[in-house]
Design a protein around this ligand. Structure first.
Ligand code: ADP
Ligand code: MG
Length: 431
């Protein structure tokens, strides 16, 4: 079968790498892809949100399965459009993707389904939001309703910061349509963890839990980023916690979407805060996480294409999804200045021996997933803030972490930055 993956980051490289291992796949395409994906798939220069262009390509190439990486295309309704054209696609409809694309929609759904989450209120009128803030305990969390590429959430320590955040969103419209509505919610203090699940609208199959590192600097310091690294399976997610998340969060969310006539097909991502041992939802995403995917997929034993087909054909309950009993650590290499402004076009050295193989075994325990890279003549150069995600896999945390950092140190480009403490928490757990 022929598969098309949409997107151009580390998540999509990991997806392409995993899909390439399936003996059932005869051709892989990626739109638009990057310099690393090129070695495994034919990259086609169609933007991830060009739905008409993607549909025309899928029809003309007779693509059997399309897999959507980024949320933007889902929120624009790519899945609806493909289904209307009788094209098989892995990803939720626009209606179901609202669970990510509108934080107020997600909040209402959670309240209705009694899913544990921070208490919140939604506002569209600036004065009402400001008045509400005056009596809210601090810290308080202010969230733009719509998609804001990870920049729409302010955890305000002071009332002044909170006022500024809502004024930016509702008054100055700095976030455009995404900030026409804001969610103001209670601050939750705990440890964050991600649990993603495959779902076909009814059955829910959780993946191994992952922990992301959002802050740019060691020890969780500095500004938030798209993610500086991740590890899986996160020890904080004990088997009991995972089953609680399935019973109290994932299943009720999938059922609630079914009830409102928007069944969810694809990957449902729960971003959770663990407070005194209990999970609370911070947000849902409607797709694979990045960089979480770069540590979760290397641990998946079952053929990913089999899982995706079972989702698309609504028979996920008949498939047993298996995982390797191993640890994975991903370290993200970024351009100097990121998440602020940064330069691109810097040649990357040391990649030659480190490209991910398509080998389905674990003979290759070091995987280099490209995020912001581009080919420039014979060179691979930087083309984004997050440049590479280097994943080490091993029987325990020490080996996984050593493998990742050994490869990281073999790669260099001008201004390369990475955190040196990815998975430190897991290493301390002693497993
Ligand atoms: N209620 C909350 N209490 C504490 N921290 C929060 C809360 N909501 C969000 N955060 C922090 O802000 C980050 C981003 O919020 P999230 O809802 O995941 O939005 P997005 O990923 O769309 O930016 C979270 O990863 C978490 O660190
Ligand atoms: Mg988030």
């Amino acid at each position: 079968m022929k598969v098309l993956v949409i997107g151009s980051g580390g998540r999509e490289h990991a997806l392409v790498w995993k899909i390439a291992q399936s003996p059932r796949v005869s051709g892989i395409f990626c739109a638009p892809g990057n310099a690393g994906i090129e070695s495994l798939a034919r990259c086609v220069p169609i933007a991830a949100d060009d739905i008409a262009g993607l549909k025309a390509f899928a029809l003309s190439e007779q693509i059997d399965l399309t897999v959507v990486g980024p949320e933007g295309a889902l929120a624009l309704g790519i899945a609806d459009e493909f289904r209307r054209a009788k094209l098989r696609i892995f990803g939720p409809t626009r209606g179901a993707a609202q669970i990510e694309a509108s934080k107020s929609f997600a909040k209402e759904l959670m309240v209705r389904a009694r899913i544990p989450t921070a208490a919140s209120r939604t506002f569209e009128v600036l004065d009402q939001a400001l008045a509400y803030l005056e009596h809210h305990p601090l810290p308080v969390v202010v969230k733009a309703d719509g998609l804001a590429q990870g920049k729409g959430v302010v955890v305000a320590a002071t009332r002044e910061q909170a006022r500024e955040a809502v004024t930016d969103m509702l008054g100055k419209q700095s976030f455009g349509a995404a900030g026409r509505r804001v969610v103001i919610e209670e601050f939750l203090d705990g440890e964050e963890v991600t649990i993603m699940a495959f779902t076909d609208g009814k059955a829910v199959v959780p993946m191994v839990a992952a922990q992301d590192h959002k802050r740019v600097g060691d020890g969780d310091t500095g500004p938030n980023t798209g993610g500086m690294g991740a590890y899986a399976p996160a020890p904080v997610a004990t088997p009991a916690l995972r089953s609680e998340v399935v019973q109290r969060v994932l299943r009720p969310a999938v059922e609630a979407l079914l009830q409102v006539g928007s069944p969810f097909y694809g990957v449902l991502y729960a971003g959770l805060m663990i407070v005194r041992g209990r999970p609370y939802v911070l947000e849902f995403n409607a797709r694979f996480g990045d960089p979480e995917t770069q540590v979760v997929l290397p641990l998946l034993k079952t053929d990913l294409v089999d899982v995706m087909e079972a989702v698309v054909e609504h028979r996920l309950d008949q498939l047993e999804v298996e995982w390797h009993d191993r640890a994975a650590v991903c370290v993200v290499l970024t351009s100097a200045g990121y998440p602020g402004s940064y330069d691109t076009g810097r040649p990357i050295r040391g990649l030659a021996d480190l490209s991910p193989s398509t080998s389905p075994s674990f003979s290759d325990d070091t995987l280099v997933f490209h995020a912001g890279t581009k080919r420039d003549g014979n060179e691979v150069v930087t083309a984004g803030g997050r440049v590479l995600g280097v994943t080490g896999v091993g029987p325990r945390w020490t080996e996984a972490s050593e493998r990742a950092y050994k490869a990281v140190r073999a790669i260099s480009f001008d201004g390369c930055h990475f955190r040196t403490d990815i998975a430190a928490r897991a290493l301390r757990s002693g497993a």
